[in-house]
Structure formats: structure tokens, C-alpha cells
Write a protein that binds this ligand. Sequence first.
Ligand SMILES: Cc1cc2nc3c(=O)[nH]c(=O)nc-3n(C[C@H](O)[C@H](O)[C@H](O)COP(=O)(O)OP(=O)(O)OC[C@H]3O[C@@H](n4cnc5c(N)ncnc54)[C@H](O)[C@@H]3O)c2cc1C
Ligand code: SF4
Length: 480
Amino acid sequence: MAKDVKGFLKIQRSGCIYRPIEERIKDFEEVFVLRPDEKTVEQAMRCMDCGTPFCHWACPVGNYIPEWNESVAMEKWERAYELLSFTNNLPEVTGRVCPALCEYGCVLGINSDPVTVRENELSIVERAFASGLVKPRPPEKRTGKTVAVVGSGPAGLACADQLNKAGHKVVVFERDDCIGGLMRYGIPDFKLKKSILDRRIEIWKREGIEFQTNVWIGRDYPTERLLKEFDAVCLAGGARNPRDLSIPGRDLKGIHLALEYLTQSNRRVAGDEIEGELIDARDKVVVVIGGGDTGADCVGTANRQGAVKVYQIEVLPQPPKERPPDQPWPIYPRLFKTSTSHEEGCERIWSVLTKEFIGRNGRVIGVRCVRVEWDKDETGRWQMKEIPNSEFELRADLVLIAIGFLGPEHKGMLDELGVGYDNRGNVKTDWRFMTSIKGVFSAGDMHRGQSLVVWAISEGRKCAHFIDEYLMGKSYLPCF
Ligand SMILES: Cc1cc2nc3c(=O)[nH]c(=O)nc-3n(C[C@H](O)[C@H](O)[C@H](O)COP(=O)(O)OP(=O)(O)OC[C@H]3O[C@@H](n4cnc5c(N)ncnc54)[C@H](O)[C@@H]3O)c2cc1C
Ligand code: SF4
């Protein structure tokens, strides 16, 4: 089929299709509906195949976006998948959860709506799975070299996949009982169902990657053994050290870190037995502290568990709905976004500082807050000021703290290895992703701080290139 090169003038953007709120709120199934292939073909026609494709520039893995859009528009699905698989080890995950940095860079977005790049990606990969194109392709030759990858999040998995393709023996160590990192136990099933991970892991197993779960490096498995037994090591353990809120009342019952809550919920959805205190939002008023995406995941989870009311509060002011002048195209702007979880029911309050947790009989019953305003000082730095007499209280039966992460956990594996850290506490490497220890590399959140799945994949791939080069003297793996 020929592509209509004027598609962008004739066809309107048609974004993701979601299940009705009243239906999806009752379960943890994915919120979106996979769109029909004909719709994706039509949407791909909107791509202008730009001479300088800023979508490609904005994509951390350098996806060949104009090329695969063109293939889809011409219904050459197999070619589209081939192109997609050159640059992305987990397109079925980024196609679901990526904030689509590429779409904010899309040239069409300057004066119209950008191309639906993320949905196109998802259609390509899901069609490839459905038509049997995604199958195990073990390497033809083995190099005899061995690599240990610590951590099975997207960074570790992308690194392992690349190195296995290059013929090295790769063992992925994971302290959890299942593979996937935050994709498994952070991101809720309503955004990413876990069978999507299992499907890909099964292929990787059949290609020869070895996965060892329930192995905590630095606890169950001494770090020095790792260095003795493997020719190279990739540290991809994430950045799970949580930022807490040390204010009066923090020790009250009913106050939890977001990841404790989300991990438990994901385990419950998976049918796991929960040890210790059950954190459940049923019939509760829930206050989520932190206005970001992890907070939004708590909102969606609490509503599905049957919360009576959910607040999400944030100390920063509400971001603008349109690009402000200091965040012009094609950079990724900080905008006000309403996620599917917010649509399902949530009162969002901005410019609010949490001062104290109020309790009765040892349990939280409320949160004392004050409104704040932000002004620039003479040096141009933003300063927060409490607004006098603006104190207020919110009822809270369950409080979830989602205010980010401080970086990787140093105690244990990292300190034992003696790797260097940067000024933010992340594992420091040279430009080849090698730490201060020869043969030990690092990628993903452990190296760059809390980020995105797509950045973790990008780092895992680059790191694999340099590990391969370290082991073999040169590498044919892509370094993007
Ligand atoms: C709640 C939540 C929701 C998110 N939603 C999104 C989203 O929608 N879209 C998006 O793009 N990004 C999202 N992110 C961010 C994204 O998940 C992370 O940036 C990404 O997973 C980082 O990948 P990683 O491989 O570096 O680390 P992780 O995914 O954190 O994986 C690290 C793994 O290493 C293991 N590990 C650590 N130390 C050891 C050790 N010593 N021995 C053995 N194993 C070890 C850990 O158990 C973990 O499984 C979200 C993050 C959170 C917290
Ligand atoms: S910038 Fe937008 S229109 Fe241009 S090639 Fe990329 S997706 Fe297509």
C-alpha cells in the first residue's frame, strides 16, 4: 500500500483508547485497549518523514521512528518490527509506560498534534508477537567470556540481552523472587501487566541468558566471589533508597512509603501471600504526598482497592498546561498532566507543605498542612515561603509518601566493592560506563539516579557495548 504523503494535513491525531472508568476501576487489568492495526496504519500516515527527525533526537534509545512509521503506513509490519528491535530490547514495555519524550520532540507538534509514536510502537511489537516474529534467536557462537549482571530491571535486562547476543555467557542476579525490577514490583499492573514481562523473559531464557532470583549480591552471594567468577560485572541495582518525610508523627501507624505500598499491591495482584502488615486503602481516606508519577500510581491503586477519597498533595506549584517560554519545543517540558489514575478520582492540591501527621491511639488520622508560595531571590533561585494563616488539615486514614528517591543503596554490595560515587551519591563511572574498579560497570538508575524505563534501557545497551569492547578489544554492538 502506498503512503499518503499529505496524511498529516488530512488525518487528525487519534490517541490511546482507554477502557471506561467505571469498568477499569474495578480491576487491575491494563487501562488501555490495544488499538486496531488499521488505526495505527492511518496514524502512521501522519508522520512527515522529516529530514531532521526530532522524534529520533528526543528518544533515549534512538528509535528509528520515521522509518518504522513509514513501514507501518505501507503495511510492512515485519520491516517495522525489525527496525524497532534494532534499538529497543523492551518495546512492549516502553510502548505501554514511556512518557514518550519523542512525541514532545515531534516536528508536527510545533503547530499541530504530534504523531502517536508510542501507540505505533506498541502496535508494531504486539503484532510481531501475535504473528510469531518474536522468537528465540540464540547467538551462533559463544565467546567463552562470562558476565554477571546485578539487577533485573530494564537496565540489567537490556545489558544482558545485548551481551548474550554478542555471544557472552550472561548470568542475571536478582534479589527479588521475580525478574523485572521496578517494572515488576513498582509499576502497577493496570499500566503494565506482568505477563508482558514473563513473555519476553521466556524468550531470553531460551536464548541462553541465565536468571538467578532470590540472590542478593553482598548478602547471599559475596561480592568478591562475583569478581573472581566473572570476566566482567554490570551493576544495575536501581536507586531504591527512598526519600522520607521526617516530620512530627512520622512513626504513627498507617503511614507508608509509596514503594512499600505499590510492591505489596503488585504482589497481591500476582496472588502472593503477604507477610507482615497489610496496607490496604479499602474504605479509607488516603493522602498521597508527592505530585509525581509514583504518587499517581498510588492514586490508581488506592481507588482500585476501594478508597473513599484520595488526595494528592504537592509542595511545588501546579505546572502550566501549555509549554512555558523557557521550555520551548523540542525539549521535554514539565507540564500539568492528568493521568488515567487522576481521571478515576482524586483531589489534587498544589503548593502545600506537610507540617505534621496527626494521630489518635498510635494511628494516623490526619495531615496538618500549610499553603506555600514560591518566589525567586536576588540570585534567581526559587525560595519557598509559608503563607501566614493558611494552615489546614486533611483527614487521613492512610498516608503514602511518594516524594522520590535519594539514590542507590550504598551499604552492602556497593560499599563492599568500593566503587566511587558522584556528588548525588550515584555510582560514578567514566564515559565507558566503567566504575573505579576495572571490569565493573554500572548502568540505569544506580548510575544516573531515578529516571525512566527508556533511559535504563538506553544505559544498559550502551554499557553492554563497552563491556563487550572491554572483553573482546572491539565491539560490534551498537553504542546507542
Ligand atoms: C512506582 C514507580 C512507577 C514508575 N513508573 C514508570 C513509568 O510509568 N514509566 C517509566 O518510564 N518509568 C517509570 N518508573 C521509573 C522506572 O521504573 C525506573 O527508572 C527503572 O525501572 C530503572 O531501571 P533499573 O534497571 O535501573 O532499576 P530497577 O528497575 O530498580 O531494578 C533494579 C533491580 O536490582 C535489584 N538489586 C538491587 N541490588 C541488588 C543486589 N545487591 N543483588 C541482587 N539484586 C539487586 C533490585 O531488587 C531490582 O530488581 C517508575 C518508578 C517507580 C518507583
Ligand atoms: S518528528 Fe514527528 S513527523 Fe517528523 S519524522 Fe518524527 S514522528 Fe514523523
